[in-house]
Ligand binder design. Structure first.
Ligand code: ATP
Length: 322
């Protein structure tokens, strides 16, 4: 396998006149986490579908676990696990029965032991004999992932694995993913949560306009874009307007009544900024120091079509002295 779990070259896919993937290339080393990000409609699911043999490419080559997806469909399917697609949870069956069914389908030996091990690992022992219909969203996602792991696939596709989970369940999922990677599993992750990609991914590719707009480690991507900023927020539209007039060259957002001032967030720059605001008679209600994060990378590299951006934790809030 040359150390590559997934190798994609010149991958092209169109629907009618629409070029969804305009010849993309990327490689995922074995035992790593690769995250594909992009605005809604960028082609993430299309890519996952092609890589998992559910859709056909128009051109290019895709090798997964050393097999060409076009000619080695069976071999690819035997090597991969996909959450949310192949491993559909049957609501009427219990967690244990769902796992057992999957184990039987995959002809796993010592199925009872494998199932018991997975229930334990995913902390589902207590609810193992309840129907999946009675599971919470988080438990269902855990069961879904547990079902994906039956047969120990070497490459796992996780399509938005933590959407809708509370922060604790999300962290549990992250720990599970880290455990899988520590065991040598390769993870291909799509997520709406940039914080999740930041936490888990070794490499991230940002898909936009049919091409990979940037690829690199989370830190490399953050270095691609200019530094941080200070955001001033106002509650009074008149105060906002006069501040926007006073600070003419600063990007302003009329909807949120906020101004975005480029800054590295250092104490020296903040002091100078506060002096400048005082001199200009600007009185904001909230001042936020924002260091570059993946949200910034995402917004800089894509067409700003995404509005449901999530905030990462590196935003500090500070009160302005009246
Ligand atoms: N079977 C299909 N027939 C026609 N167009 C399709 C088909 N599947 C996807 N598309 C189009 O291809 C584009 C990419 O869709 P895709 O689902 O891959 O995007 P995505 O990045 O996964 O988006 P999201 O974040 O919303 O899930 C969209 O414009 C979509 O409408």
């Amino acid at each position: 396998m040359n150390g590559s779990a997934i190798a994609v070259s010149g991958l092209r896919k169109t629907y009618g006149d629409q070029v969804v993937l305009g010849g993309i290339d990327f490689e995922v080393p074995e035992g790593s986490v690769f995250s594909l990000l992009g605005p809604n409609g960028a082609g993430k699911t299309t890519t996952v579908n092609i890589l998992t043999t559910l859709a056909k490419a128009d051109a290019g080559t895709v090798r997964v676990a050393g097999h060409d997806v076009a000619t080695g469909t069976k071999d690819v399917r035997a090597a991969i696990g996909v959450t949310g697609q192949f491993a559909a949870v049957d609501e009427l069956l219990t967690g244990r029965e769902n796992l057992r069914l999957m184990a039987d389908l995959k002809r796993v030996r010592a199925a009872g032991r494998v199932v018991a091990g997975l229930l334990e690992r995913f902390d589902l022992v207590e609810s193992a004999d309840k129907p999946a219909a009675a599971y919470s969203g988080g438990m269902r996602r855990k069961l879904d992932l547990a079902m994906t792991l039956v047969g120990t696939p070497r490459i796992i596709f996780l399509d938005e694995p933590t959407t809708g989970l509370d922060p604790r369940s999300r962290r549990t999922m992250w720990d599970i993913v880290r455990g899988l990677v520590a065991d040598g599993t390769t993870i291909f992750l799509t997520t709406q949560y940039l914080e999740e990609a930041d936490e888990l991914a070794d490499r991230i590719a940002v898909l936009s306009g049919g091409a990979i707009a940037a690829e690199g480690s989370p830190d490399e991507l953050k270095r691609l874009i200019p530094g941080g900023h200070v955001r001033l927020r106002f509650t009074d539209p008149a105060a906002y307007r006069s501040a926007a007039d006073a600070l003419r060259d600063v990007p302003a957002d009329d909807e949120t009544l906020s101004l975005r001032i480029p800054s590295d967030g250092s104490q020296r720059e903040l002091r100078a900024l506060l002096d400048w605001l005082d001199a200009a008679g600007v009185q904001a209600d909230e001042l936020t120091v924002h260091t570059p994060d993946l949200d910034d990378v995402f917004l800089a590299l894509t067409d700003n079509t995404r509005t449901d951006r999530t905030r990462t934790d590196n935003t500090r809030k500070e009160a302005i002295a009246p």
